[in-house]
Design a protein. Sequence first.
Length: 74
Amino acid sequence: LECRLIETVELGAHTQYIGEILDAKVDENCFGENGRPDLARIRPFLYDAFGLGYHAVGERIGDAFSAGRRFLPR
C-alpha cells in the first residue's frame, strides 16, 4: 500500500498512525480467472491483539447482502 500520513497520535506506550491509502499494488498471480482478487491465492491473515497471535482467513460462509436476511423482521 502507498499511504500518506495524516496524523500521529501518542497513546501512552503506543503510537497510532492515521493515514490515507493512495494506491494498492497486487501481484498478478493473486487474481482469479475473473480478473478479481482471489482470497485463496492471496491467503490473507489477521492479527489478534488480545490473543497475541495470527489467524488465517477461513472458508466462505455466505453471500454478501443476503446471508443476514433471515434475521430481519418479516
